[in-house]
Design a protein around this ligand. Structure first.
Ligand code: CP
Ligand code: NVA
Length: 307
């Protein structure tokens, strides 16, 4: 197991499966883990807003017998020019783990390289591995397996798309991405996903046709069209993403047993119709709940006193 949780690609298929199994166990039997991080402190650095990540990490470390300290954008000295390296070195003298939500992915890498304690990536412009670990837990709960399922992501080739591609390929799921022209996932992530998928025997499909992506899909997933930090592109993106909304018609083009997923926060009437996200195929609140269990599994594995 690596020291840090920065990207799903850093983990072997085996260790990802172990984390999902541990997340299931933590959910079923939380009391068994109530002292797993006894007396430990998690520093939680947030350079962007958050509902799920903030509350699930703070609650999660508390339920493991430890405590979380929220450090918002203006709470620490980073915004006044203290370096990331110094911040990492100082925090490592006080706390047992650091969770960070940052703009540039290089910032979380620098934090990890300069911290002697584990660093957990709570979202960067490049990826969102905690979300996708919880999503794998959710899919495995709903279908009893991961391998061989088809996972279709419709929308921006963003941080969510990157973690979904790498996570699905690692666990042997077939992944299809449908994005508008000009909003493809990074080419190097496509190449890396293809290499992992070849090794795990799964398929990768990148298309600009949402109907092609959802054909035979078990999971239909979307995310906001303008991510945090892209607010001034929102109007332009509304036009460019036309035809990429998950409507009841698009959902009906997937398998009848398909589930609808969204990392949240969602915009009804933009990337997803209210009838879909509030309808019977939607599992979005199970996903949100599983952030708590999956992140407890991460903290137990990286910081836990016994596991
Ligand atoms: N899905 C997710 O990470 O939500 P928050 O931005 O609210 O943490
Ligand atoms: N792509 C979104 C994910 C939010 C959880 C963003 O970065 O804002």
């Amino acid at each position: 197991m690596p020291k840090d949780f920065l990207a799903l690609a850093d983990f072997s298929t085996e260790s990802l499966r172990e984390l999902v199994t541990l997340a299931h166990d933590v959910k079923r039997n939380p009391r068994a883990y109530q002292n797993a991080c006894a007396g430990q402190t998690l520093a939680m650095i947030f350079q962007k807003p958050s509902l799920r990540t903030r509350v699930s990490f703070q609650t999660g470390i508390f339920q493991l017998g430890g405590q979380g300290i929220y450090l918002g954008p203006t709470d620490i000295q980073l915004h006044r020019g203290e370096t990331i390296a110094d911040t990492a070195a100082v925090l490592s003298r006080y706390v047992d783990g650091i969770m960070a939500r940052v703009f540039g992915h290089a910032d979380v890498l620098e934090l990890a390289n300069n911290a002697s304690v584990p660093v957990i990536n709570g979202l960067s412009d490049y990826n969102h591995p905690c979300q996708v670990l919880a999503d794998l837990q959710t899919v495995s709960e709903k279908f009893g397996t991961l391998e061989g399922l088809k996972f279709a992501y419709i929308g921006d080739g963003n941080n969510m798309a990157h973690s979904i591609m790498l996570g699905c390929a690692k666990v042997g799921m077939n992944v299809a991405i449908a994005h508008p022209e000009g909003y493809a996932p990074l080419a190097r992530v496509v190449t890396e996903t293809q290499a992992i998928a070849t090794a795990s025997g799964s398929g990768v499909q990148i298309t600009e046709d949402p109907y092609q992506a959802v054909a035979q899909a078990d999971v239909v997933y979307t995310d906001v069209w303008a991510s945090m930090g892209q607010e001034d592109e929102a109007q332009e993106r509304l036009k460019r993403f036309e035809g990429f909304e998950i409507t009841t018609d698009l959902m009906a083009a997937a398998k009848s047993s398909a589930i609808f997923m969204h990392c949240l926060p969602a915009h009804r009437g933009e990337e997803v119709a209210a009838a879909v996200i509030d309808g019977p195929q939607s599992v979005v609140f199970d996903q949100a709940e599983n952030r708590l269990h999956a992140q407890k599994a991460i903290m137990i594995s990286l910081m836990g006193t016994k596991h």
